[in-house]
Design a protein around this ligand. Structure first.
Ligand code: PEP
Ligand code: MG
Length: 578
């Protein structure tokens, strides 16, 4: 059925392909009386076999993408699916109660869950989530419904989903994903950030994609305009194919800039860095010409698992990142959980306003054992390259001083234990308006600052970055935001420290001329935006843009006025965005 959807343009480019609905199916089961027991037992065993073979495939994909350690969870699933006791208990239920396999499974799973929950060991508690996964998969096979899993993709598709969480995508092979379309989310939600870092066109926040787009339908996703057309006409398809070809050609052209440094037309050098989520992003960012890593979000290390990563697991991941980039700098941010990134196994109290609650550095200071283990892993990794550590969500000097004191304490202990470490710069994110206003004071106590506009915009405009209903208020070019950004850069430079930006605004073509004019030292963004931004900067005159900044800061009152002023000053800029 033909449908046209409008959403938020989340990741540039046009994609055309068939819909793969990544939507949880209805797995409710109904009790049936069984007369042919052999038939039912046979059906159960067929489902078991199919489930095992499916998990094997997922495990192979996860091992390839994430390494054997991360794929271990799938071995546990296979073990459970082959456990004679578990299987025997379900068979007994079927035989004694004459009930269908899915209901017998539900009953046995419930008994197992009660038993596991009664045990105090964390290991056993963690098996509960394995049990849930296994029960879900087996039930789906018994009901004959497909449990969608991105790790099982065998051909390129457009993924249509309610929303994506990081763990959905850990074992995905990006070559099978042509585009993303979601019901929820905004430009800075994690699905968008992920799509941009993989260079995959995406439209988010359509509200109705999962209700309107049918499995297998042909769709055109325009991630630059935020539109999705299902069952397009022939001329629309032809236009989309042309746009895809143009984009491929443009990407080829841009690839020639991969090994260049980044310099404005008048010779001002800046650093173009990449934001990364996991070690899997490394090949992609190097291919896209990143000069540094300006932000590694360590949350993914914690979220992609169902327990806290050990110090050693973290050390291995950090070392790999630092080593791969050496001697180029790598900024690794300490844990930023809470807000839109909850950590289920930490069992946080429900909060009315999670974005204003216990997140990021507040959590780290409250759970010092977690913070200290992360800092130790980071310090040990520092021996292998050029590491910078950054604290998220700093609101007060007191928080910064506490975080630094804990860092110093761990460093002193490791020095005493003769653990090799490199020189480490310690910085902070400026993403809370209070810190932006007081940036001059903070700048005296850190080695660098990085502006987190994703949150800074949300907090300044009092608009939740993930809520489409207030999305119209989430305005990166709002003069209030620009004044704060300029204030932070000026304060950093007055104190003699570099200022970076790692929020999504750093790769935004309208914002780049302004940031260059303000003297931003480092622009850190999703890998997919780096080469385009390098080309853009090479066409801009940083000195001339200083007067544009002055005019904008002094006279613009609305975002629209800012856009008009930028467009008038650098008319070519918008041509770069399509
Ligand atoms: C930001 O807030 O701009 C930022 C980079 O951090 P995150 O998107 O992870 O909150
Ligand atoms: Mg943030």
């Amino acid at each position: 059925m033909r449908a046209m959807l409008k959403g938020i343009a989340a990741s540039d480019g046009v994609a055309c392909g068939r819909v793969y609905r990544f939507v949880e199916p209805d797995l409710r089961v109904k009790r049936r009386s069984i007369t042919n027991l052999d038939y039912e037992l046979n059906r159960f065993h067929q489902a078991l076999e199919a489930a095992v073979s499916e998990v094997e495939t997922i495990k192979t994909r996860a091992t390839k993408n994430l390494g054997a350690d991360s794929a271990q969870v799938f071995s546990a699933h296979i073990e459970m699916l082959q456990d004679p006791e578990f299987i025997g208990a379900i068979e007994t239920q079927i035989k004694t109660e004459h009930i269908n396999a899915e209901v017998a499974l539900a009953g046995v799973a419930a008994t197992y869950e009660t038993k596991l929950k009664a045990l105090t060991s964390t290991y056993m508690q963690e098996r509960v989530s394995d049990l849930h996964d296994v029960t879900k998969r087996l039930t789906a096979h018994l009901l004959g419904v497909r449990l969608p899993d991105l790790a099982l993709l065998k051909e390129p598709v457009v993924v249509v989903t309610h929303d994506l969480i990081p763990s959905d995508t850990v074992s995905v092979d990006a070559k099978y994903i042509l585009g993303f379309v979601t019901d929820l989310g905004g430009r800075t939600s994690h699905s968008s950030i992920l799509a941009r870092s993989l260079n995959i066109p995406a439209v988010v926040g359509t509200q109705s994609a999962t209700t309107e787009l049918q499995e297998g339908a042909t769709v055109i996703v325009n991630g630059s305009r935020g539109t999705v057309i299902s069952e397009p006409t022939k001329p629309e398809l032809a236009m989309a194919k042309q746009a895809m070809q143009d984009r491929t050609a443009n990407m080829k052209r841009l690839a020639t800039l991969r090994h260049h440094t980044t310099t404005s037309q008048d010779g001002m050098g800046v650093v173009l860095a990449a934001n990364v989520g996991t070690v899997n992003d490394l090949p992609n960012i190097l291919q896209n010409g990143a000069e540094a890593i300006g932000l590694m979000r360590t949350e993914f290390l914690y979220m992609d698992s169902d327990q806290l990563p050990t110090e050693d697991e973290q050390f291995v991941a950090y070392r790999r990142v630092v080593q791969s980039l050496a001697p180029r700098p790598v900024v690794i941010r300490t844990l930023d959980i809470g807000g839109d990134k909850p950590l289920p196994y930490l069992k946080q109290k429900p909060e009315a306003n999670p974005f204003l609650g216990a997140r990021a550095i507040r959590q780290s200071l409250a759970h010092q054992n977690i913070f200290r283990s992360q800092l130790r892993a980071l310090l040990r990794a520092s021996a292998f390259g050029n590491l910078r550590i950054m604290f998220p969500m700093i609101a007060t000097l007191d928080e910064l001083r506490q975080a630094k004191a804990i860092y110093d304490d761990e460093r002193t202990k490791l020095t005493a234990a003769k653990v090799p470490m490199g020189k480490v710069k310690v910085g902070m994110m400026v993403e809370v308006p209070a810190a932006a206003m007081l940036a001059d004071r903070f700048a005296q106590e850190v080695d660098f600052m990085s502006i987190g506009t994703n949150d800074l915009i949300g907090y300044t405009m009092a608009a939740d970055r993930t809520n489409q209903d207030v999305g119209y208020l989430y305005q990166p070019y709002h003069p209030a935001i620009l004044r704060l950004v300029d204030r932070i850069i000026t304060a950093g430079h007055a104190a003699g420290i570099p200022v970076a930006m790692c929020g999504e605004m750093a790769g935004d073509p309208i914002a780049v001329p302004l940031l260059l004019g303000m003297g931003l030292d480092e622009f850190s963004m999703g890998a997919g935006s780096i080469l385009r931004t390098r080309q853009l900067i090479s066409q801009l005159n940083a000195k001339e843009l200083q007067s544009l900044v002055e005019t904008v800061l002094n006279s613009a009152s609305t975002s629209q006025e800012v856009v008009t002023m930028v467009q008038a000053a650098v008319p070519d800029v918008l041509n770069q965005t399509d």
